[in-house]
Write a protein that binds this ligand. Structure first.
Ligand code: ATP
Ligand code: MG
Length: 718
């Protein structure tokens, strides 16, 4: 075995971790310090030097893609295939175990894994069986409750409602939901983990077997494990075990989904002989990027504390671009991408990161116009998202009653009591009479022989579509879209889901209104605007998306970027309220998690980091005038270069003291009273910029201080 291949590419601290004696190891280290590299080399060391069989190693990664890469790295270090090595995500590994031990897990051999939408469907059915009103007990809330309990390792029978009637209902639904899943052999994502955990608890022999087999358990991104994942792991390792975990408390970004950063401390308690290794040299980023990231994260309290340094070059400053609006932001980013590509940089070296999925649309449209290939990771492209397709299906059916796929898609979305059997009957009738589903529905609605509830439900749907049609005629395109998403019930339907996902769906729907408002038909088009818009959406969904292997611009949320690296990174939408996200602003813990997310985003960059924000942004169908994200002002000024063409700004972001009797370039005086349509009355405190970019800070009586772009704010002087 050639040990040099394993050890040479490591620094001293990394080598210490890789070659540690067989005892529990926690590698606690910042971004880009080689944690993932150390994990791969440790496996190679164990197999190549310690004589461990790959059969005895289990490695946990955060995504399936990372698992594939990890296996590849290990095999190339070992110089041989390691097929019997288990590498995967917690969910993937749990699934594999349950498939092998379905009997011990109390599952039928043919059990089915439910995705989140399937799970919701079961929850709804259970609500109906229990005769509970789903407007009082929103199914998505129940789904969230069930998953959160499972993530904590709790079954319905472990829960006590006390006198709380609402909680009694939640627990009753949880129990009935689980009974339904058990009867049908259905396993949701959270159940995979919980069952795998129970598999250990209920089968001592099996656990003993796997403890013997997997003498070596390794975990990447350990800071984002949740309660049940950690419990599963601890049991598998056993009291005398030697787990090897790597993580970074500063990159814990899944607290909202139950991840417990405390597991880092817990690990050291549960495995008292743990050797703690810290890595401090960063190999990924330039000095400026690293120092900026260090300064940012220093604003968080309660860190385990570490400082990263690099031997690398200082590099370019962090470039901050203040865009005029979201389109200008996209134009700027795409301009830079083109310039880089022209000078020979592959597209795949560039990543556009954003806080929420809805932000991708403006970039996607600009990239398509410029014919630049791109790929959206960890989320569907805008026009492929389910809620957007639903909304478009309404528009399609309004435009063309013969559009059967659109009919099928929305006839029972949101739920309106039209079940699968009715839809089958419609299909049969339509087929037999060579007509559309719409006509079949018209027939069924007036058929005396049909169950009253069914015919009423179908009639209600037909009436809804007719009403939408009548109401939207003559409206502008964006008004049509706005009316349809509201009156169809889609917004209310997703609004009931109080999780991030529900919010994201409502935001996406509202973003569709923005898309419609900004839509420009081809100059020579003779189509109706709505038809052209629909065609545009359909084509955009199917085309232009680059494959994984193609050279294309990488687009993803900051959450999906964890663990990855790119030479050039654009973090976009750096505005307070967007990033940090609105809902975290009031909550210090939430704000710290957002800051960690920003740290994750910034530390993805190897050579160049751009931060962009828009002074005015239309997102989710609403115009906002945002302040630059507080995270920008947390970066040391000397590391930042502002790019604001045609404008000189020398003022810091923090509001300066008001200066009286000075006149802003746009003719508004400091100290002057002004009125804004939405924010009401206030006093002008400050200004910056000139011309198109001129902004004033107004202290509104009810809304507090806000920066507004003068050209857009329509301020009335008083
Ligand atoms: P993250 O916290 O973002 O997951 P990480 O700590 O897992 O980062 P790696 O992805 O393992 O860091 O390494 C970051 C980069 O530095 C990679 O490109 C890796 O190949 C490189 N690298 C790590 N260690 C060394 C080293 N000793 N010499 C040269 N390059 C290194
Ligand atoms: Mg890593």
């Amino acid at each position: 075995m050639d040990v040099t291949a394993i050890l040479d590419p490591l620094n001293d601290a990394q080598r210490e971790a890789v070659t540690s004696p067989l005892e529990p190891v926690l590698v606690l280290a910042g971004a880009g310090s080689g944690k993932t590299r150390v994990l791969a080399h440790r496996v190679a060391w164990l197999c190549g030097v310690e004589g461990v069989s790959p059969h005895g190693v289990l490695a946990v990664t955060f995504t399936n893609k990372a698992a594939g890469e990890m296996r590849g790295r290990i095999e190339s270090l070992l110089g041989m295939p390691a097929g019997s090595l288990w590498v995967g995500t917690f969910h993937g590994l749990a699934h594999r175990l349950l498939r092998m031990h379905w009997r011990e897990a109390g599952l039928p051999q043919t059990f089915t894994v439910l995705d989140s939408d399937d799970q919701l469907r079961v929850v709804k059915r259970v609500l109906k069986d229990l005769e509970l009103d789903d407007s009082r007990h929103p199914p998505r809330e129940l789904q969230w409750f069930i998953n959160a309990r499972k993530d904590e390792g709790l079954r319905a029978e472990h829960l006590d409602a006390g006198d709380d009637p609402n909680r009694q209902v939640l627990i009753r639904v949880y129990a009935a939901y689980q009974a339904a899943c058990d009867a049908g052999g259905l396993v949701d994502f959270a159940e995979l983990l919980l069952r795998a955990h129970e598999l250990w608890l209920q089968n001592e022999d099996l656990l003993a077997h796997y403890r013997r087999r997997f003498g070596h358990v390794l975990v990447d991104e350990f800071q984002d494990t949740n309660t049940i994942q950690y419990a599963w792991l601890r049991n598998l390792a056993g009291p005398g075990g030697v787990p090897f975990v790597v993580g970074d408390d500063d990159q814990s970004i899944y607290g909202w989904r139950g991840a417990k950063v405390e597991n880092l401390r817990r690990f050291q308690k549960d495995f008292p002989k743990t050797r703690l290794v810290k890595l401090e040299q960063n190999y990924r980023s330039t000095g400026n990027i690293l120092n900026a990231a260090n300064a940012l994260i220093a604003n968080n309290a309660g860190r385990l504390g570490k400082r990263l340094w690099t031997e690398g070059i200082e590099g370019d400053p962090i470039r901050v671009y203040s865009a005029f609006n979201e389109r200008d932001e996209a134009d700027f980013v795409i301009g830079r991408i083109k310039a880089l590509a022209d000078s020979g940089t592959p597209y795949s070296d560039m990543a556009v990161l954003y806080r929420s999925n809805a932000q991708s649309r403006v970039f996607e449209e600009a990239l398509i116009t410029q014919r630049i290939p791109y790929r959206v990771y960890g989320g569907l492209r805008f026009f492929e998202r389910a809620e957007i397709k639903d909304a478009l299906a309404y528009l399609r059916l309004i435009a063309n009653r013969g559009d059967d796929p659109a009919f099928e898609r929305i006839v029972n979305v949101p739920t309106r009591g039209i079940g699968a059997r009715t839809i089958d009957a419609l299909r049969d009738y339509a087929r037999a009479n060579m007509t559309s589903l719409w006509n079949a529905a018209g027939h069924l609605a007036s058929d005396e022989g049909v169950n009253r509830r069914t015919s009423n439900a179908v009639r209600a749907f037909l009436t809804l579509i007719e009403a939408l049609d009548a109401h939207t005629r003559g409206l502008d395109l964006h008004e049509q879209v706005d009316h349809v998403i509201e009156a169809s019930g889609l917004v209310a339907h997703h609004g009931k889901d109080k999780s991030e996902r529900g919010d994201a769906r409502v935001e996406n729907l509202q973003e569709l209104v923005s898309a419609a408002r900004g839509f420009e038909p081809a100059p020579d088009s003779e189509m109706r605007l709505v038809d052209e818009f629909l065609a545009h959406a359909a084509l955009e969904a199917g085309e232009a998306q680059g494959g994984a292997w193609e050279d294309c611009v990488q687009m993803m949320t900051m959450h999906s970027a964890k663990g990855l690296e790119f030479p050039t990174v654009f973090i976009t939408g750096m505005e307070d309220g967007l990033f940090p996200h609105q809902r975290s602003l009031q909550d210090p813990r939430g704000l710290e998690e957002e800051r960690r997310l920003c740290y994750v985003g910034a530390t993805r960059a190897m050579r160049e980091l751009y931060l962009t924000y828009a002074e005015q942004r239309r997102l989710h169908g609403i115009d906002t005038y945002g302040l630059p994200s507080r995270f920008i002002s947390e970066l040391p000024g000397e590391l930042v270069e502002e790019i604001r063409p045609h404008v000189q700004v020398s003022r810091p972001y923090a509001p300066a003291a008001p200066r009286r009797a000075e006149t802003t370039p746009s003719g508004i005086s400091l100290g002057q009273r002004v009125r804004h349509r939405k924010f009401g009355e206030g006093v002008v405190l400050n200004y910056e910029g000139q011309g198109h970019h001129a902004r004033v800070q107004v202290n509104f009586e009810n809304e507090g201080a806000k920066w507004l772009v003068v050209a857009y704010a329509n301020l009335e002087t008083m």
